[in-house]
Design a protein around this ligand. Structure first.
Ligand SMILES: NC(=O)C1=CN([C@@H]2O[C@H](COP(=O)(O)OP(=O)(O)OC[C@H]3O[C@@H](n4cnc5c(N)ncnc54)[C@H](OP(=O)(O)O)[C@@H]3O)[C@@H](O)[C@H]2O)[C@@H](O)CC1
Ligand SMILES: Nc1ncnc2c1ncn2[C@@H]1O[C@H](COP(=O)(O)OP(=O)(O)O)[C@@H](O)[C@H]1O
Ligand SMILES: [K+]
Length: 508
């Protein structure tokens, strides 16, 4: 199955391309779409007393009328409810005319618990808030607590952003066509969709050749091929050396979590840099991680003394904004010479809240890329306030714009983490669990990224892989996981990949 995700506009283009170039009529695509919806209803809710099909005026409603016809032919008791009339001559009007069963006005819609509701009011063509009569019907369906099958998207969910324009139902199943859209993966859309079934309706993949997709669901196919492969000639430094900057003596835990995570991710050597009193605390907790003193006014050249160090993590528990800015800027200024890459997280991001231009300027001066930013919602707003506030942008749009502005890979955290690259690629992570919502979990993630970058992974792939592994480890650690448990499960997550046992995301 393809893991490309299409914007609604790209989907409409693929539909048109298929109709024009593959000579497949729009009515055939609609037949196939409606048949896929009917199949989902029959497979899951074929025992329902009645199928009540809510049909809008556009092609989404057209799919609904096709499904209504097929459900009726299969012996179910079916009633359609018309929310507007398809324009004459459209595919939807043809679908409407081929359905010979009952069509009632919305006011007649009275669902009960034993029914199944098919929501085919609006899909990709949703342009404005839902009209009152639609809201009333959706409210009735919600109150009836009957199962809901949504066509393409629950009506009210924006296919590009996942925003709920108001009142969308929470479906049990959403049947979409050809490829997923961002709205299926971004919250709150993801929650409204329930299980997402992607149906092949005959739309041709060649339709995407001229402009290949740049948004993906974050699955191992994206980055599996660049994961480090064991090599018999390895030594610890050639495997990859990562450095983590520690906070002061009362804030050492975050750096320790990041360092342990980098180590569990496969970095052959990990060093924590910090002030001597902080290192004393680390020394009491750590064995195989190296410690190296580094005073606030030390030149960053100390990093140059770290053999083969390719990645450093700056920010978790760091506390000192002035030093964070000085270190980050000097690491980036020297990045072309040293090859060192910077994962800037937490306090390292906040340190640039009112001085982001200085960071972006040095990041742009690097040949290639040297910076990964890992903001959560609050940190994102500190670095990119205008993007954060722009309600016309989806989370993917925001992350992509931020990545281009900062010349950085931006991993925008949350239950629907988006990883964007300056060239416009974006992956939406779906392999995560709410057990990751625990203090220190983000520190673990920055360490996983640092560990993968230290092993030579390109930055976007490293961040995507890290989001996936972090989610997998969090899942393995269970609902009451604490950050230490997530670190401990990273090898389990890796093992799953290496053994190709992950059935949700087939290994290439
Ligand atoms: N060949 C294809 O393309 C295929 C497409 N397929 C299916 O088509 C769906 C997309 O179809 P679509 O473009 O017709 O949009 P759709 O979601 O039905 O809504 C448009 C209608 O609703 C109206 N309207 C919108 N918002 C409104 C609001 N808030 N309140 C009130 N009215 C509102 C809008 O009116 P207008 O804005 O023009 O005034 C227009 O009349 C897609 O999701 C998939 O299910 C499949 O069959 C496979 C083949
Ligand atoms: N409900 C959730 N579902 C999935 N992932 C989550 C959820 N809540 C938080 N996360 C993930 O957990 C991590 C939390 O990071 P962060 O907010 O920086 O925490 P901390 O600063 O305490 O380490 C992020 O990777 C985020 O994407
Ligand atoms: K719908």
């Amino acid at each position: 199955m393809s893991h490309a995700v299409l914007a609604c506009e790209q989907m409409a283009h693929a539909d048109r391309w298929t109709i024009e170039n593959a000579q497949i009529p729009g009515t055939t695509l609609m037949e196939n779409a409606g048949a896929a919806v009917a199949r989902a209803v029959l497979e899951r809710f074929g025992h329902a007393r009645r199928a009540l099909v809510l049909c809008g005026p556009g092609n989404n409603g057209g799919d609904g009328y096709v499904a209504a016809r097929i459900l009726q032919e299969s012996g179910m008791s079916v009633t359609a409810y018309a929310f507007g009339t398809p324009r004459g001559g459209t595919d939807a009007a043809i679908a409407r005319s081929r359905y010979s069963g009952a069509v009632e006005p919305p006011e007649e819609f009275e669902p009960s618990r034993d029914d199944v509701v098919v929501d085919a009011i609006f899909g990709a063509g949703l342009t404005r808030d839902l009209p009152e009569r639609v809201l009333v019907a959706l409210h009735k369906a919600r109150s009836a607590t009957c199962p809901v099958v949504a066509v393409d998207l629950p009506s009210g969910v924006n296919g590009d952003s996942g925003a709920d324009l108001g009142g969308a139902l929470t479906a049990d199943v959403t049947v979409t066509f050809f490829r997923k859209k961002p709205g299926h993966l971004l919250f709150p859309g993801r929650q409204a969709c329930g299980e997402v079934v992607v149906a092949d309706i005959g739309v041709r993949a060649e339709a995407l050749a001229a402009k290949p997709p740049v948004i993906f669901e974050n699955v191992p196919q994206l980055w599996g091929p660049v994961l480090p492969k064991p090599d018999a000639t390895w030594h610890k430094y050639s495997r990859g050396h990562a450095a983590v900057f520690s906070g002061g003596k009362h804030a050492t835990g975050a750096a320790r979590l990041a360092a342990l995570a980098a180590q569990r991710t496969g970095a052959g050597a990990v060093t924590i840099l910090g002030q001597p009193d902080a290192l004393d605390i680390h020394a009491a907790h750590l064995t195989s991680i190296m410690l190296r003193p580094c005073a606030p006014d030390d030149s960053y050249d100390r990093l140059g003394e770290l053999k083969g160090c390719r990645a450093c993590v700056l920010g978790p528990g760091f506390g000192d904004f002035t030093t964070a800015r000085r270190l980050a800027l000097s690491i980036l200024q020297e990045a072309d010479r040293t090859g060192l890459r910077l994962v800037l997280d937490a306090d390292g991001i906040t340190a640039f809240a009112s001085e982001s231009k200085a960071l972006f300027d040095v990041a742009h001066a690097v040949v290639g890329q040297a910076l990964v930013l890992t903001p959560h919602e609050g940190e994102f707003g500190r670095l990119f306030p205008d993007l954060a506030e722009d309600r016309s942008l989806s989370k993917v749009d925001k992350a992509v714009a931020a990545a281009a502005r900062a010349n950085a890979v931006v991993l925008y955290k949350g239950p629907d983490t988006v990883v964007a690259a300056p060239d416009g690629r974006a992956a939406i992570n779906t392999n995560a669990t709410s057990s990751l919502a625990t203090a220190g979990s983000g520190d673990v993630l920055s360490g996983v990224i640092g560990g993968l970058v230290a092993q030579g992974l390109p930055l976007w792939e490293a961040a995507c892989a890290a989001a996936w592994l972090h989610g997998e480890a969090g899942g393995a650690a269970g609902p009451l996981a604490v950050a230490e448990d997530i670190v401990a499960r990273i090898p389990v997550a890796f093992g799953l990949l290496n053994q190709g046992r992950d059935t949700r995301a087939p290994w290439p």
